[in-house]
Design a protein around this ligand. Structure first.
Ligand code: C2E
Ligand code: CA
Ligand code: CA
Length: 575
């Protein structure tokens, strides 16, 4: 608020030469006035006569007779308070130390040029101050309310998963801890959606997000469960407060499972997801929060590995999974610290009888676990934890930087999940140019075992990689289910026939025939064939007889380490 909007009395001012009688007339005419301003020739206030002083003077027995011949100048007080009409009232009043004076006498108001405009009576100042305080109080109350609202919003945000609006992992763990303090028998369930990744790859992230939101809504709207939470990715969790009756509990969780796996209508049409739910009961199965969450997770992982469904934690079955958990915990640290190492296995040119290249295979030496996990163990975990890409780059960096000057090629395994972004191709290009390696010496092996979720996207990335001069091999041929159509749709120049075909040929006539037919097919369509699992001289003779181009296996060489500071090929074939 400014003084111009406050109650200013626009009463005329007196000049310094005006007489005592003029001052008396002024107060007689303006009964509200508590101040009479005295101005100079330019209308600038030079002092004022306050009503209270003037009254005191009149009240004194000699006052009137002593002063009636004097000028206003003689009666005036020089120490008076002047404010500019455009000034903020709160600001001006805040600067005044002696507020008692203005509450009694009021103040003088001037314009921007310092010319007299009017006065404000003590009462007006008082009212203005009150209005200001009321204003301040109101805005303070508003501010407090807003702050409270913001605080609760922040708390809500901190507690909730931004995508689905249900609790996040942090809040869920806190709630579980609270239930433990409340001591009741309650159950904690973990959910992992099945086939969600494929759904995401096939229909895109927007649809994936839609599905996650619908799943969250289904959980949150069930009255029989509480604390529905999204733990991250496609993992959810919830609590069941009444868990004393085991059969009723199992029924309830089955019902949740049925609802989650029911058809989901999205904007691209109807989809289905599976769900694996594991649960544990506080007091019956475990008695502390971390053990509780761990137990539910273990049960969920077991049920997931069995193809989905619902299962309660079972110490006999789930304790065996202990290792997997330890591996999980250690793996991300090991990858981040560059502890994984590439091993190299030679690949043999059957016709030229010599090594033509090496396949890089991940190894995790000195893992600190009871035994060093094999790739078959840690690769799927890296895949599940989203660590396969960082794993690849640490190994690729080591392998590419140690390539020798010969012509040998380097084959590296990549996971289809790495093919969803073109970032992969540009990063590979950078790595190769950094180490001055000809892209023609690099081969990427993509396993057909894992479903090619987003074929179009993979096509774009693989074409980009191929255009760089890098070649592509379809790995583990024969173990997947989309082999032939993949060769047609993706730019593969080599097929690696899975070792089960060589090794299994004795037991199965069909396997031997498939081996023969695949090699023949490769010749026909001009794709290089490479048979894996060559363990004996007989194996090698067999595939050579079938016209296979390349061979790989223990007979030719086991995966070996690079010698300290050495180059591929290494001399010591061990490991
Ligand atoms: P793969 O790509 O088919 O690799 C060949 C596997 O067969 C290797 O197992 C190798 O040691 C083994 N092998 C080679 N010759 C013979 C033989 O004559 N007989 C037998 N019985 N086995 C033989 P490894 O190193 O345990 O790797 C297993 C799988 O793990 C690999 O299969 C590959 O799918 C995956 N893998 C390994 N390293 C990586 C990696 O860096 N990235 C990705 N994404 N996957 C990897
Ligand atoms: Ca491979
Ligand atoms: Ca293979």
């Amino acid at each position: 608020m400014r003084f111009e909007s406050a109650a200013i009395m626009h009463t005329p001012a007196l000049r310094s030469a005006d007489r005592f009688g003029d001052v008396a007339d002024y107060f007689r005419q303006h009964t509200d006035a508590t101040l009479c301003a005295i101005v100079d020739a330019q209308m600038r206030p030079i002092g004022c006569v306050s009503a209270s002083d003037f009254q005191n003077l009149l009240a004194s027995p000699f006052g009137f007779s002593l002063h009636q011949n004097k000028t206003a100048y003689a009666l005036m007080q020089p120490g008076f308070i002047v404010v500019n009409m455009h000034q903020e009232v709160s600001e001006a009043l805040g600067q005044l130390s002696n507020k008692d004076t203005i509450l009694r006498d009021g103040l003088v108001v001037v314009d921007d040029a310092g010319r007299y405009i009017g006065t404000m009576s003590g009462l007006s100042v008082f009212r203005t101050m009150n209005a200001l305080h009321a204003d301040m109080l109101a805005s303070l109350t508003r501010e407090i309310a807003e702050r409270k609202e913001a605080e609760s919003k922040i708390k809500r945000l901190a507690d909730s998963d931004p995508l689905t609006d249900i609790l996040n992992r942090r809040a869920f763990v806190r709630e579980v801890n609270q239930h433990i303090l409340d001591r009741g028998p309650f159950a904690c369930a973990f959910i992992d959606l099945d086939r969600f990744k494929q759904l995401n790859d096939r229909y895109g992230h927007a649809t994936g997000d839609e599905v996650l939101r619908i799943v969250a809504r289904r959980l949150a709207s069930r009255p029989d469960i509480s604390d529905a939470a999204r733990l991250g990715g496609d993992e959810f969790a919830f609590v069941i407060r009444k868990a004393a009756d085991a059969a009723a509990l199992a029924d309830c969780i089955e019902a949740v499972h049925a609802e989650l796996t029911d058809a989901i209508d999205t904007s691209v049409g109807r989809v289905f997801v599976g769900a694996s739910i594991g649960y544990a009961v506080h007091l019956a199965d475990t008695n502390e929060s971390s053990a509780m969450l761990h137990a539910a997770d273990k049960a969920m992982l077991r049920v997931k590995s069995q193809g989905g469904g619902v299962s309660r934690f079972d110490p006999a079955l789930d304790a065996a999974g202990e290792d997997g958990h330890a591996v999980e915990l250690a793996l991300s640290a090991a990858i981040a610290m560059g502890r994984l190492q590439p091993a190299f296995q030679p690949i043999w040119d059957v016709r030229a009888s010599g090594i033509v290249g090496y396949e890089m295979l991940a190894r995790w030496p000195d893992s600190g676990l009871s035994s060093d996990p094999a790739p078959g163990q840690f690769i799927p975990i890296a895949e599940r934890l989203g660590l396969i890409d960082p794993l690849f780059w640490t190994l690729a960096d080591k392998a590419v930087s140690s390539l020798g000057d010969d012509e040998h090629f380097l084959a590296m395994n990549i996971s289809p999940s790495q093919l969803t972004s073109e970032h992969f191709a540009t990063r590979l290009e950078k790595l190769l140019s950094l180490h001055g390696v000809d892209p023609a010496r690099i081969e990427l092996e993509v396993t057909e075992h894992v479903f090619f979720g987003n074929l179009e996207r993979s096509q774009v990335v693989l074409n980009h990689v191929r255009d760089m001069g890098v070649s592509l091999a379809l790995d583990d041929f024969g173990t997947g289910y989309s082999s032939l159509s993949l060769i047609d749709q993706l730019p593969f120049s080599k097929i690696k026939i899975d070792q089960s075909f060589v090794r299994g040929r004795g037991q199965s006539f069909v396997r031997g025939k498939v081996l023969q037919a695949t090699i023949a097919l490769c010749r026909e369509v001009g794709i290089t064939s490479c048979t894996e699992g060559i363990e004996t001289a007989d194996d090698l003779a067999l595939v050579a007889g079938l016209g296979c181009d390349q061979a790989q296996g223990y007979h030719i060489g086991r995966p070996g380490w690079l010698r300290q500071g050495g180059h591929i090929p290494y001399s010591a074939l061990s490991a």
